[in-house]
Write a protein that binds this ligand. Structure first.
Ligand code: ZN
Length: 242
């Protein structure tokens, strides 16, 4: 069974009644529920726990880390924890970054770019088109996913060209956005999936849930040993050259 750690900043839920009403168990609670329904073992962790709830022991038993962080508190995540997560990803742990996690320290460190974008909170309709119908993270999804109201994220999105571009969003106000992207870093697989602004009930949308369920399965470790780097003994005898 895939073991997932769902991490959430969990501040909006405490400070904004509107958000608390939509997600009474927190965004992490909502994500935990639909992942468990898909036969995944789920732990949760939040920013205000000691070490943000991310200990070495917890990471060691995590196959895939799911990350929801809002713009409010990315800077409060300790660098030493980010470095630990980074190391686990290079060693094969999967990472699924949701929505405003595009600005999290871990995503920016993995991408090496600003990860900046345009945004607007104006109840735009979003239509997310599947542009790679063969990709496992869109299994069971039709030609597109439609979300009645969402925050708009627009290009240019300052990320390196994705290894695979799976979903592209159109917004009612006219913008487009690369909403489903995958990357490989070391032995780890990374998915960025855009929707999920805290004031909308997006994580109850069946297709959004399906993509996250698929993403978790796709990003799970492939079980390969970390490569041996550095000075290497020859595998064959090297003939002396005159
Ligand atoms: Zn947002």
């Amino acid at each position: 069974m895939v073991k997932v750690l769902v991490w959430n900043e969990n501040r909006h839920e405490k400070q904004n009644e509107e958000v608390a009403k939509i997600y009474p168990e927190g965004i992490h609670g909502a994500i935990k529920q639909f992942l468990e329904a898909d036969d995944v073992e789920v732990n949760t962790a939040t920013l205000d726990e000691p070490d943000h709830g991310i200990t070495e022991e917890k990471l060691a038993e995590t196959d895939v880390l799911v990350w929801w962080g809002g713009h409010m508190a990315h800077h409060e995540v300790k660098d030493e924890i980010v470095n630990k997560i980074h190391e686990h990803i290079l060693n094969g742990m999967g990472l699924v970054v949701l929505h405003s996690g595009h600005f999290s320290k871990i995503f920016k460190k993995l991408m090496g770019t600003s990860c900046d974008l345009k945004w607007r909170e104006a109840d735009d309709k979003e239509r997310m088109w599947v542009v790679d119908p063969t990709h496992p993270i869109v299994d069971g999804i039709g030609e597109f996913i439609e979300i009645d109201k969402e925050e708009m994220y627009g290009e240019h999105f300052d990320i390196p060209a994705p290894d695979e571009l799976v979903l592209v969003s159109w917004f009612e106000g006219g913008e487009v956005f690369r909403s489903g992207c995958t990357y490989r870093r070391g032995n780890g697989r990374i998915v960025y999936f855009r929707p999920g602004h805290e004031t909308y009930p997006t994580y109850y949308h069946k297709d959004v849930q399906k993509v996250i369920q698929n993403a978790v399965r796709w990003a799970k470790p492939v079980g390969r040993e970390y490569p041996t780097y550095g000075n290497a003994k020859p595998l064959e005898k090297i003939e002396p050259k005159s």
